[in-house]
Design a protein around this ligand. Structure first.
Ligand code: F6R
Length: 600
């Protein structure tokens, strides 16, 4: 949440910062700002709303070859111009942008800043005012920066500029992502490499509780006690076209369409020459040795975890529990003797998961992260990583990362089954190939799905999704997709559960989307459809070839029964997309949300 950029080089920084922020807008988009530094001082421009709004207030006459920028997802203080970053110290000597949450900011304010009039409601402003206070007290700037950061509790990625030294950017990090991009005579700062790919693909990682002093020609990493750290840059393997919409109107639509390719890519990355699954031996061993798997995730990734549980229990015959990350720490179940934890996260940065991972490591348990971002915090801090190879997912609503997570779970389940000597009548490589082809067929049926969205969802206030067995997990995801981008109140239910209360909400014309891909519950889910139809609901049945009915609204091509979620979700994603479009919503950037949830 929140995105940071910084530039120090030879070109005018404004456009580079603004373009970088546009690439980071997925991390938060309620306000934004930049500070451009030149010999006349530090010029701050900020505005409520999107980067497009910020562009309107930036003075094109102001030029400078150094600058920092920020796009915000509000935590402390409402989204407003005043609360937007950059924030400045009282004398305007220091200017700072911050991503994260300073948990002890009230205490720091009381202890050190009782004489200072803070202008914003943010936790961030405290940091920049502390800098001023310690420099006024006689500390050198770098020393004051390290000292300030050592007082902070919580998470931060910070970039700071000093009006009296216009050739340096001070950077610090703890628990929030931040990278330094390096090039001859130019260095950049970014929350995500994709923001600065137009400048460089060489990036340096910063570890927690390190600071970096960035000038045009040098990057000096130090620990908070001042010890110099040496580290080599890595090459960011990102293709600039991966982060462009191309001819698509929205990233979400592009990412839905990319799913067949993603599945084929995963097959290729995890396949041996003889067509068997290739996974790290250490992961296989850890899966084999554990007596119970605990899957920890949030949101869409949690829904993928529910499907993952089915796959591992059915194929590898190993018990799995799936937990919502934000609940796990506060309501930990009785753990088995030899657990293995699997963290599923598209971004690899979700704070709720990180809290659990830190605790799990303290307890001495092993952890595997399944993520789309291998260098991410959750990936670095776990013992093992499985990469989902979905490519950058920019739309806030997750689509291709979800199907990629389930595909990787399939391979993990099959590999574990093999390691346990379980004979399977299931070739994952072949079956995933069939899934990719079915996905293609579905992506070609956009007109039919757009029509369903228009017919069922153009004016409704709410919508229910029902499914049984693994279809229940898919309808949870279908409902989440619809509500987050169209703002229609949508809920997913186990088909049999609706009549235990929620059926009271069914009125004349209430849309109920029923998913029926599973033979063994086909009759019972259709019975549930009849129950709601009898009470006036307007049912939409999405079924699978082979056990579909004549009057079903939409029929999905058949795939192996273990893998139906990977295809069944596609009509749900597209229905949500078109419903949001018809209702005039901002599909890629729904209100109140951000892509990477780095606060608890
Ligand atoms: C919904 C969505 C979120 C994320 C959740 C976890 O479309 O994207 O529910 O799935 O915030 O994020 P990651 O997977 O990055 O940990």
């Amino acid at each position: 949440m929140c995105g940071i950029v910084g530039y120090i080089g030879t070109e005018d920084a404004k456009e580079i910062l603004l373009r970088g922020l546009e690439k980071l807008e997925y991390r938060g988009y309620d306000s934004a700002g930049i500070a451009v530094v030149n010999d006349q001082g530090v010029h701050v421009f900020k505005e409520k709303g999107r980067i497009a709004e910020l562009r309107k207030v930036v003075d094109i006459e102001v030029e400078g070859t150094v600058g920092i920028g920020h796009t915000r997802w509000a935590t402390h203080g409402a989204p407003s111009r005043i609360n937007a970053h950059p924030h400045q110290s009282e004398s305007a000597r220091f200017t700072l942008v911050h991503n994260g949450v300073i948990e002890n900011y009230e205490q720091l304010k009381r202890e050190y800043l009782s004489q200072v009039d803070l202008v914003s409601d943010t936790d961030t402003e405290v940091v920049v005012q502390l800098m001023q206070r310690f420099v006024d007290d006689g500390k050198r700037v770098e020393e004051a920066f390290r000292y300030t950061l050592s007082l902070l509790k919580g998470s931060y990625a910070i970039a700071l500029v000093d009006k009296e030294d216009v050739d340096t950017i001070y950077v610090g990090k703890n628990k929030s992502p931040l990278l330094i991009g390096v090039k001859d005579g130019v260095n950049v700062v970014a929350s995500d490499a994709m923001a600065m790919l137009q400048i460089t693909n060489q990036f340096l990682e910063i570890m927690d509780e390190e600071i970096v002093i960035v000038t045009r020609d040098s990057v000096t990493i130090k620990t908070l006690d001042g010890t110099i750290v040496t580290r080599n840059p890595y090459t960011a393997e990102l293709d600039a076209s991966d982060i462009e919409k191309g001819t698509y109107p929205h990233f979400m639509l592009k990412e839905i369409d990319e799913q067949p390719f993603v599945i084929r890519n995963i097959i290729q990355k995890y396949q041996n020459e003889d067509g068997t699954v290739r996974l790290d031996d250490n992961i296989r061993q850890a899966m084999k040795e554990s007596d119970r798997i605990y899957v920890i995730a949030a949101g869409t990734s949690y829904h993928a975890g529910l499907v993952g549980k089915q796959l591992i229990e059915k194929l590898a015959q190993k018990p799995v529990e799936v937990h919502i990350a934000s609940e796990f720490l506060y309501n930990m179940p009785l753990l088995s003797e030899n657990p293995l934890f699997i963290f599923i996260s598209q971004s690899g940065e979700t704070a709720d998961l990180r809290g659990v991972l830190v605790e799990v490591k303290k307890l001495g348990y092993r952890a595997l992260t399944i993520t789309n971002v291998p260098g991410s915090t959750l990936s670095r801090e776990a013992d093992f990583t499985l990469h989902t190879y979905a490519g950058p997912e920019i739309a806030v609503a997750s689509t291709k990362a979800y199907t990629a997570q389930m595909a990787v779970f399939t391979l993990l389940a099959v590999d574990t089954a093999k390691a346990r000597g379980i004979e399977l009548d299931f070739d994952p490589i072949q079956e995933l190939g069939i899934v990719a082809a079915a996905m293609e067929t579905l992506c070609d049926q956009k007109d039919a799905l757009e029509k369903i969205a228009r017919e069922y969802l153009a004016v409704t206030r709410n919508c229910f999704f029902i499914g049984r067995a693994v279809d229940y997990y898919v309808v949870l995801e279908g409902a989440l997709k619809l509500k987050e981008i169209s703002y229609i109140q949508a809920e997913g239910f186990a088909g049999g559960e609706l009549k235990h209360g929620t059926i009271a909400l069914i009125e004349e014309g209430t849309p109920v989307i029923a998913l029926a891909t599973q033979e063994h519950v086909n009759l019972s889910i259709r019975g549930n459809v009849k129950e709601v139809a009898a009470r006036g609901a307007y049912p939409c049945i999405i079924s699978m070839e082979g056990h579909h009915g004549e009057d079903d609204t939409f029929v999905i091509p058949a795939v192996h029964e273990h893998l139906t979620p990977l295809v069944a979700v596609i009509p749900m994603q597209l229905i949500a997309y078109y419903a949001a479009l018809h209702r005039g919503c901002d599909v890629d950037k729904p209100r109140n949300l951000a892509k990477s949830v780095t606060v608890e």
